[in-house]
Design a protein around this ligand. Sequence first.
Ligand SMILES: Cc1cc2nc3c(=O)[nH]c(=O)nc-3n(C[C@H](O)[C@H](O)[C@H](O)COP(=O)(O)OP(=O)(O)OC[C@H]3O[C@@H](n4cnc5c(N)ncnc54)[C@H](O)[C@@H]3O)c2cc1C
Length: 393
Amino acid sequence: MASKRVSVVIIGGSHAGLGVSHKLIRQAPEASITLINPSEEYYFNIAAPRFLVKPDSLPSSKYLLNIGETFTQYTENSFTFVKGIAAKIDYLNKTVVVKTSGNSLNERGSKLVAFDYLVIASGSTTPATLGQGSLKLPFKQTAFEDTRKVIFEAQERIQAATRIVIGGAGPLGVELAGELAEATGLKKVITLVSKGDCLLAGSGATETVQRTAESLLGRRNVVILKSITIVQVYQDVESKKWSVTLSDGQTITADEYISRTGVLPNNDFIPKSFLNGEGWVNVDDQLRVVEDKISRNDTYAVGDITSHPYRLLSRVSAQAEVIASNIAATMKRDKRLMVYSAEAQQKMIVVPVGQSTGTGHIGGWTLLGCLVWFFKGKDFLTYKAPKFLLGKE
Ligand SMILES: Cc1cc2nc3c(=O)[nH]c(=O)nc-3n(C[C@H](O)[C@H](O)[C@H](O)COP(=O)(O)OP(=O)(O)OC[C@H]3O[C@@H](n4cnc5c(N)ncnc54)[C@H](O)[C@@H]3O)c2cc1C
């Protein structure tokens, strides 16, 4: 009689979930992996500042890639894709309840997927992605929405706007301001509001990088407001214009307001006992989920959804490697397990300001504008998307 395959269910099919899926199949071909994701396409959101502002700069095939095709290379039964969202984890029966349509849970709109091991890779979203107090911009994918349509609508709104305010001067706020300024020259007024007294505060950027970002944006006529917070944002229902009230008392009227603050965990389906005070999943150094101070041997978490504070694509591969390796080792009753060290990851930040220049540092090395172009600015890392899709990064 054939032995039962070990079933590994991965919730979330973006950078982290895909990384674990491929790495695990390669290390443990005897595992049966089920990947649950609301879209059949991998969304390379990293390039969003470029293609949302400059629609002709990148074809959609560069940032929306089919997930299923990349798994046909493996043996039959090693991989199943389930289109839907995890609605509940049932530990009593070791199943995940998956909602397969936007309607409420019922027999036709849901299915059960059994697991021996579970990997939570459901990531995060942003207020702008959800259109909460902001122009709706697909910085991440949203379940049961047509991503191409949402992208097209966002591109149209940005093109039509003359006055745009960006709230938040982290890496993404700076990248967006740079793209907008370059795309439109003096035709648009771009205002970037920074809570800190410098740009890129709290991102790990060095002072040189912070100053260079400010100088590059200043040269492109971006209005930079520092040490100022957004007090209130209001959109007029009829005119659709935004009133942005600032902590210095002024109110700016803008055609569009883009919120670049806030990262929200996709945790609706996750037991509350797994979450820290901010809603992220507690993990130990093997990336096993910690519940009431005890590590679970059947559940791991990876990527943005974990309690690790640097929510970056550049952290995902190392984490995926640890989880794939540990599940494979546990299946073989091998006690040699890998650990993930956030401190050991290289400190780096690369921020294009328009197509041809930008700023950043890798470790202690400050990057010249031409190197920022080379590493990221030329195509916003889309050349790496197929590698992430195949778990080869
Ligand atoms: C616009 C933008 C630009 C960025 N640029 C950079 C950069 O240049 N460098 C860098 O290092 N980092 C960057 N980041 C951060 C990077 O995007 C994240 O660190 C990365 O997306 C984390 O990947 P993830 O797979 O953990 O989560 P996510 O990318 O958030 O993916 C989560 C996946 O899970 C799915 N999902 C959610 N809930 C469920 C559910 N209940 N059931 C099933 N599936 C579910 C989602 O649909 C999605 O497919 C950027 C972020 C943004 C928003």
